[in-house]
Structure formats: C-alpha cells, structure tokens
Ligand binder design. Structure first.
Ligand code: PLP
Length: 434
C-alpha cells in the first residue's frame, strides 16, 4: 500500500476514534449519530466489500496491462495508413476476434460500439430504419422488463406510429415462448427480448424465444449485456440476428460495447460520420477500450466455467443467509440454473431500498436498490412492478451482485451486516408502533 494511503488511513482512523470516543451528536439527532456514520464510512473504505457487479465491475489487471501501450507508444488512429495507424488497426482486429470467440461468432459479425446502450439502440432503431425503407410491417414485440436502452428506442418508434406489443412476464420475470408466438402477426418486423434481466437476474429462454421468431421469419434482437462473460453464448446454436454486449460488465472499462450482427442481416445507420465500424458506429475507434474489451472477452471465455462456480457459491451464501431473515424474500428466478450467477435480488418488507443501500454503504458494503444504470430519479422499478410486486414491496428492493474480486468470506460478512441492518430497522419500527 502506498505510504500516503497508509498515512491518510491512519489519520482517518485517529480522527474517527477521537470523535467516536467523544460521542459527538448533533442537536435534534435521534437514534443514529450521523457524524459517526460518516466517519465509519471512511474507516471502512480500505475494507470495502463491493457487491454491485451488475452495475459495473473493476477492470482486471491483465486488461489494464493490455490496454496500457495503446495509451502511450501505440496511440495511432486505426484509420491512419502509417505504421502507428496500422499497429492500431491490428489491435482492433485482434480484439474483434477475441470478442467473436466469446460468443462463437465470426470477427466480421462484431461491431464495436461506444457502450451497450448504443448497441441496443443501433440494433432496434437501425433495423426499424431498414424496415421502413423497405415498406415492411411496423409492429415490434418486446417485454415489460427490458432495460431502458431497449425500451427507449421502442417508445421512440411508438411515437412514430409503430405498434408495440409489450409481452407480460410471470412472477419470476420469465417470458413465455407461446405468448410470443401468439403475438406475432404478418405485420411483425422486430422482436427484441433481453437474455437476462439486470434487476432480478432472471435468464430468459432466449433459445426458445428466438426459435419462435425464426420460425415466423421475424428479426430477433437480444440484449445479452448481463449474460456475456458469465454464461456461455453460442450464436451458431441460438438463432438471434443481433446481440449486444458491454465491456464494463465483465472487467473491461466503461464506455465500450459491441454488437453482434449475423452475416446477411441488414441494419441501417442511425448515427452518421466517418464510416468506421461499417458505418454503424461511426467515429474514431476507442482504441484502448477496444483492446480492453478484447482482452476481457478472452479471459472470460477461458475462465467461464470456474468463474461461474465461484459466483454461484457466493450467490448461495447470500441467498441462504439473507432469506433466513424475517421479512426478506428473493425476487426473480428461484431456480439458480435459470438465474445469473452471483446475482441476488431481494425485497425487504417495510423497508426503503435506498435507506438499506445507505446503511450498508456506511458499513463499507456497496449494494444497490433499483438498477444503477438507470437515472430514474427514484421512480419505482418498472421491472419489479412488471413481475407483480405491490408498490410498498417495490420500494424495499435491494440487489447484491458478486463478482470475481469477491470472496465467500466477504459475502458472509456482507450478509451479516445487511441482516443486522434489516433486523434493527424492524425493531425500531416495532418500537415506534408501540
Ligand atoms: N442492458 C442491460 C441489461 C444493462 O444491465 C445495462 C447496464 O447496466 C445496459 C443495457 C446498458 O449498458 P451500458 O451501461 O454499457 O450502456
């Protein structure tokens, strides 16, 4: 640990110790000394337990190492024809192969995007432009639990006169392939259904859903952003037309995504510029991040099985300990083989999710309530509402998502901390009610 960190940690602990010993409380303060809470945040920073890996992940050291030369000596623009440019082009091509290998695609089917949000937008809105240009039917089918980056383009099409069918999900977040079949009409041109949900961890039966669309000759897009790097994806076995990935969900930096477009499938550009990435994602390539997503994809492919086992063990610990607490229950798929590994989503009876997050944070545990990738300003989660939870339950949501940098010990500790927070909240509520 660098000396300045040791020093600042020491002075932080010293100040914290003095203040806590002095038992400083502000006038009007009720049950919790706020200052003490804040100080305890600093004290715990060195021992922070990060359980929010579905929001984003720490970049792996091997990824940073692979990226580093492309920030310094190999900084060329991949479009330049001089030596530096050619080296960068080679790096982009190598990363394309690495990402393709993760999902068993051909490199020519991989397009780099600024992030997962752009991948979903280009797939849906880019296909819609093709549909409109060819006078095809303006009907899109999606479902109620999609991420905002897929619901957004669907709503924009709705505003342009498209008919949108939002399929219902069951209480665990599954979409029924038969309901999709029944919803397809001769006017249907696009089906967009996510592979796994970020908030409740449910893995949708995309193999069956895409097969139904294929049978009827309808274009099928899937948002696989929470799946890539965690579960195997084989595009030669699953008939999807387009599929999105995002690097920061599997230990690459934020700000890099990819879109798989099956050979022969037509999309039209929705952003215009210099023609990079076959004009679908124009703009100078984010070279370093592209190298990063390539390396992260390679590592994820090589380590997928072992990392899945580790994530599932941590997931079981968290689920067993937390659902044993009175008033806590799991949301999303209960069968772990149909749930994202490492993903735990809960509702806590009578609690407010944001308060749980703040209290856990004050004790050095990072979790989330509604999706951190939406800036919904505290609106109740559309996903939890769609699975049929009443508004009070939706407000008490919490999500813990383990990643490769977590350990079972950390999960045990985090579960203890959260259980205490929930129990303390419960007893305070009972006291207040008396
Ligand atoms: N889709 C899903 C399921 C997500 O979980 C996220 C982000 O959390 C996105 C799309 C957006 O990806 P990005 O943050 O790379 O734009």
């Amino acid at each position: 640990m660098p000396a300045y960190c040791r020093e600042s940690r020491f002075s932080c602990l010293l100040i914290a110790g003095l203040l806590v010993r002095g038992n400083i409380k502000f006038p009007g303060q009720d049950d919790e000394p706020r200052l003490t809470c804040r100080i305890s945040l600093y004290c715990h920073m060195s021992a922070m337990i990060y359980l929010d890996n579905s929001a984003t992940t720490r970049v792996r050291d091997e990824v940073i190492e692979a990226m580093s030369p492309y920030l310094t000596e190999k900084f060329g623009n991949p479009s330049s024809i001089h030596k530096l440019g050619r080296l960068s082009r080679q790096a982009v091509d190598a990363a394309r192969q690495q990402v393709a290998a993760l999902i068993n695609a051909s490199p020519e089917e991989i397009y780099f995007a600024p992030c997962g949000t752009y991948s979903n937008n280009v797939a849906i809105a880019g296909r819609a432009r093709f549909v409109e240009a060819n006078g095809l039917g303006r009907h899109l089918i999606t479902c109620l639990i999609e991420h905002a980056s897929s619901l957004g383009p669907a709503r924009a099409l709705e505003a342009r006169g498209w008919r949108i069918t939002y399929l219902q999900v069951d209480a665990q977040g599954f979409v029924d392939a038969e309901e999709l079949r029944a919803a397809i009409t001769p006017e249907t041109s696009i089906v967009s259904l996510m592979w796994a949900n970020n908030e409740v961890g449910t893995v949708l039966p995309v193999e069956d859903l895409s097969a139904v669309a294929k049978e009827r000759g309808v274009f099928f897009h899937t948002d696989a952003i929470q799946v890539a790097g965690k579960l195997p994806i084989d595009v030669t076995a699953v008939p999807v037309d387009t599929l999105s990935l995002s690097g920061h969900k599997f230990y690459a930096p934020k700000g890099i995504g990819a879109l798989y477009v099956r050979k022969g499938v037509n999309l039209m550009p929705i952003v215009f510029g210099g023609g990079q990435e076959m004009s679908l994602f124009p703009g100078t390539e984010g070279l370093t991040n592209i190298v990063g997503i390539g390396k992260a994809a390679e590592l994820a492919r090589l380590e997928q099985d072992s990392s899945r086992q580790g994530l599932t063990s941590m997931q079981k610990i968290l689920i067993d300990k937390l659902t044993a607490v009175d008033g806590v229950r799991l949301t999303g798929a209960s069968d772990l083989s149909r749930r994202l590994p490492g993903h735990v989503s809960l509702v806590v009876e009578g609690a407010v999710g944001e308060e749980l997050v703040e209290k856990a944070d004050a004790q050095g545990v990072c979790i989330s309530s509604v999706s951190a990738c939406s800036q919904s300003g505290g609106d109740p989660s559309h996903v939890l509402s769609a699975i049929g939870l009443p508004k009070e339950a939706v407000l008490g949501s919490a999500r813990l998502t383990a990643g490769r940098f977590n350990s079972e010990q950390e999960c045990l500790k985090a579960a203890d901390i959260l259980s205490e927070i929930v129990s303390a909240q419960k007893s305070r509520k009972v006291l207040r009610q008396r």
